[in-house]
Write a protein that binds this ligand. Structure first.
Ligand code: NDP
Ligand code: 8X3
Length: 249
């Protein structure tokens, strides 16, 4: 029987690439996100293993509860959870930041990760095994100007990853945190509210990481032997040395 991996934010970027990569490793995939058309596309694309889709907003705890309550038996033994859904919304100083953007980042990046973890844990606890991979960021290690609330949300992911590891160690559940630097996805388009030209400039003049680079790392982490936990990894483009130090042509 295939092992089961649940990937949040599987409709785009890192989550989509991770679903594809873990499917290649033989995991049957529970793919989640809000955009149902993209979940269906992914389901058609992955042919090696079965794919089950659940469309919900990670801010909606009732929808999450309902989705997990209706998980068919064959999908209930979740061994891997990749808490990836998240985004930055805006890039403004604190004095002019949009409070709706703040709500979105805290509610999605922090509370959403908590809700999905809470919903998944009963399945892992029942079998006394599992592996949770939280997608943090270099922004959860260093703050940068105008990054304020996004950075705070990723610092929270860092704290929660460490806390989850402490709480879950006696349950035989591994917790890992992957902290990428600049990855070329739809991330900046979301941050800049659909301004594709501005988003493109973030990745110009150097070779940014690609979603597949992160997916390969996640795949490596989850395929280590049972006694090995890669607890935290910071992964950067070669041209990047800190959140704001990027060598561009
Ligand atoms: P994308 O914008 O390409 O993907 C974001 C994913 O998150 C989408 O699948 C989206 O699905 C999902 N998502 C966003 N909001 C919600 C929501 N409210 N409910 C459910 N799903 C949601 O960005 P990335 O792939 O780059 O981002 C993935 C993760 O990686 C994020 O946590 C991000 O913070 C982190 N990260 C990204 C970096 C980068 O440079 N790109 C660097 C470091 C970390 P849908 O819209 O269909 O709901
Ligand atoms: C995304 C990377 O540098 O835009 O977390 O914050 S950055």
């Amino acid at each position: 029987m295939n092992k089961t991996a649940l990937v949040t934010g599987a409709t785009s970027g890192i989550g989509r690439a991770t679903a594809i990569e873990l499917a290649k490793k033989g995991y049957q995939i529970i793919a989640t996100g809000r955009r149902e058309d993209r979940l269906e596309e992914l389901k058609d694309l992955i042919t090696e293993v079965p794919v089950y889709t659940m469309a919900f907003d990670v801010r909606d705890k009732v929808a999450i509860e309902e989705a997990f309550d209706s998980l068919p038996e064959a999908w209930q033994q979740i061994e891997v959870l990749v808490n990836n859904a998240g985004n930055a919304h805006g890039l403004s100083p604190i004095q002019t930041g949009d409070v709706d953007d703040w709500d979105a980042m805290i509610d999605i990046n922090v509370k959403g990760l908590l809700y999905v973890s809470r919903a998944t844990l009963p399945y892992m606890l029942k079998h006394k095994k599992g592996h949770i991979i939280n997608i943090g960021s270099i922004a959860g290690k260093e703050v940068y100007a105008n990054g304020n609330v996004y950075c705070a949300s990723k610092f929270a992911v860092d704290a929660l990853s460490k806390a989850m590891r402490l709480d879950l160690v006696q349950e035989g559940i591994k917790v890992s945190e992957v902290n990428p630097g600049l990855v070329e996805t739809e991330f900046s388009e979301v941050r800049f509210k659909g301004d594709k030209d501005r988003a493109a400039t973030v990745y110009q003049g150097y070779q940014a990481l690609q979603a597949e680079d992160i997916a390969e790392l996640i795949s490596f982490i989850v395929t280590r032997p049972a006694h090995v936990n890669l607890a935290e990894v910071l992964i950067l483009p070669t041209a990047q040395a800190s959140a704001t130090t990027v060598v561009k042509e």
